[in-house]
Design a protein around this ligand. Sequence first.
Ligand SMILES: C[S@@+](CC[C@H](N)C(=O)[O-])C[C@H]1O[C@@H](n2cnc3c(N)ncnc32)[C@H](O)[C@@H]1O
Length: 246
Amino acid sequence: MGLIRDVIHAGGTGGLSWHVHAYYAGKRWQPTLQLIDQFLAQVTPKSDHLLLIGGSAGWMMPPNWLSRFERIDAYDIDPLAPGLFNWRHGPLLKVQGIDVHHHRRDALASLPDLLQQHPKACIWFDNVLGQHRFRVPDVKRAEHELAQLKTTLKGRHWGSLHDVWSGPTDGRLLPAGLNVWSHHVTAKQSLEAAFSQKLLASVGAKDAWHDHLTSQVFAPETQTSWMPWAFKPNYWHWLQAGWIHA
Ligand SMILES: C[S@@+](CC[C@H](N)C(=O)[O-])C[C@H]1O[C@@H](n2cnc3c(N)ncnc32)[C@H](O)[C@@H]1O
């Protein structure tokens, strides 16, 4: 029963509906993929072993980033993730001799164990932390757990791309003029109302937007990049990305 539910709708953030949506949204998501690629291109991981958390099929994952590692352990709760990830990225990774291991697991609940099992690996949360509030019914607990991650990860090289807000827009297109849309700021600024208003206005935000409770994932001094994501034509997300060099 659990397996069937996860195939259709893994944790509300993966599953069949997500993959079908991602498949057809490829062109609309392309500017965001380029921003992710730009961000990851300037990250220098200090390990050749990656723990990839919530990688799904890697719909938004630049192949150049994956190619930097010798071994990748991918963790996702979605039973469809391994097959689709291998379909999209497997051939290239195989040619490059990169060893990929898939695990169907709640990687947030078991994070301390994973870190202990792989003491030298770096960790990339691949657009997964913004979903935590939808998996944990208690909002205060979800926010606290997200804020605590940096303590659990102390001493490790890690990074995250995650939703900060999402909501309805006026239906404008996301242009390819990427520099206009890439805001390199510190996370501290994100807490300022004027900054969030500026980001929301720049994508034509309407009505109420969801807060994904990720504003304390990074410590205030962390340099982060902000990226708009036209998830649906009239429903966008603001993503934040950062990397911590331990
Ligand atoms: C928005 S999708 C990620 C998309 C992915 N980065 C890509 O490029 O296709 C979020 C993924 O996180 C997974 N997920 C959510 N909570 C998780 C958890 N606690 N542990 C492991 N995977 C999780 C979902 O199953 C889903 O595949």
